[in-house]
Design a protein. Structure first.
Length: 405
């Protein structure tokens, strides 16, 4: 395949503008079909991989442009086109973008930042990350940054929300002594006084650089360079905190119950607001475990737990006997010969037919019809997964230690 230079592309664009076409020709359609087949095979979930390619006829040439963060996708597409004797000009960018000039590491620089499905404030919310979260930067466009979160979720964030680093700068940041916020909500002040100006808010789980103790205050810094003071009693040495994580079923539920009453918000993953999978993700995160982002991703991690009796209509405690405290339970629609399984909701099982989830707000409900707090969507239970005990063993669940140590 020929590689298209920027100068040649500009010339072809001028030529195309003078000629113009009113409809796609057969070769364009065939190229698009081949791309669609390759993408379907290699990128079943666009939340975890970028492979975006379009084709345009410029004069007598056909140009592929777009981007991917997986060279194998691009190579497979080119081989598939060559097998069909389809000659194209290659203008597909391999991410991370060279325009980043090595600044391919980012760290969240606000208490909670919102990621969106596209680089626009009007785009759908995708997820959130807490202050101090490291991400891999892929590209920047018009004030927006596409990045990968620690759990592998790809989406767009306002560029001003991140601090950008090259490898050396990121390694220095990683090695810096840090503290983690252990209160639900705190304020970072300009001076060691609650009457001074606010530098930033901070929430449970935020991570900041430790600058030392100042009486009853702790001097801290955000990754973007801002410094200030927080109450010393509201933070803990991060390494100590991480070493103390003990994700037992009892600790998972104790953490989950501290979210009771927190409002539901699509895309939310913090104590400020959570969606259903953001709630499960946040609960496990505060116990040192990083889960996949969405319910439709979490449902394929860990070990399958047999709840078929309940799913088939026996809504009793006995039919849930295989479940243990801390298991994730998933709701949606079962697979049929005509359609695939669809997962739309997730909660954390407590035991005795009781679970906790975010639906309108974080609350506790029962799966048993006779109970007063019976969840009306219980008949949509589809599957259950065991998370605990499956960290770092290839089942889609990773410990925070693998990210921060």
């Amino acid at each position: 395949m020929k590689k298209l230079s920027l100068l040649a592309l500009s010339a072809l664009l001028v030529l195309a503008g003078s000629c113009g076409t009113s409809s796609e020709d057969a070769k364009t359609v065939k190229i698009k079909d081949i791309y669609g087949g390759v993408k379907s095979a290699l990128v079943p979930d666009s939340r975890s991989k970028v492979f975006e390619v379009t084709v345009e006829k410029l004069g007598s040439d056909y140009v592929l442009y777009g981007a991917t963060n997986d060279a194998a996708c691009k190579d497979s597409l080119m081989k598939a086109l060559a097998a069909e004797n389809l000659q194209v000009l290659d203008s597909i960018e391999l991410l991370p973008s060279k325009s980043l000039e090595g600044k391919v590491y980012g760290v969240t620089a606000q208490s909670v930042i919102n990621f969106r499905t596209k680089g626009s404030y009007s785009a759908e919310s995708a997820t959130q990350t807490l202050m101090g979260t490291p991400v891999q930067v892929l590209e920047q466009r018009n004030g927006w940054t596409r990045a990968i979160t620690p759990e592998g979720y790809i989406s767009w964030v306002s560029s001003s929300s991140l601090a950008y680093m090259d490898e050396a700068e990121f390694q220095k940041y990683q090695q810096a002594r840090k503290v983690i916020v252990t209160d639900k909500y705190i304020t970072m002040y300009e001076k060691p006084s609650a009457s001074s100006l606010m530098v930033s808010d901070a929430v449970w789980g935020d991570i900041m650089i430790d600058k030392g103790r100042a009486g009853s205050w702790r001097k801290v810094a955000i990754a973007d360079g801002r410094e200030g003071y927080v109450p010393a009693s509201s933070v803990q040495d991060f390494d100590t905190w991480l070493s103390q994580r003990n994700p037992t079923p009892e600790n998972i539920i104790a953490t989950a119950k501290q979210f009771i009453g927190v409002p539901y918000m699509w895309g939310g993953t913090s104590i400020k607001a959570v969606d259903c999978s953001g709630f499960t993700k946040s609960t496990y995160y505060l116990n040192g475990i990083i889960l996949a982002r969405d319910a439709s991703q979490q449902c394929y991690t860990g070990d399958d737990i047999d709840v078929s009796k309940y799913v088939d209509g026996v809504q009793t405690k006995e039919s849930l006997a295989n479940l243990k405290m801390g298991d994730l339970i998933f709701f949606g629609s079962k697979a049929t010969p005509e359609r695939k399984e669809r997962i739309t909701h997730v909660g954390i099982y407590i035991g005795d037919g009781i679970f906790i989830h975010s639906a309108g707000k974080v609350r506790i409900n029962s799966l048993i019809p006779e109970d007063d707090n019976y969840y009306s969507g219980s008949n949509r239970l589809v599957r259950a997964q065991r998370i605990l005990g499956n960290q770092d063993c290839g089942k889609g669940i990773i410990s925070m230690k693998t990210i921060y140590e």
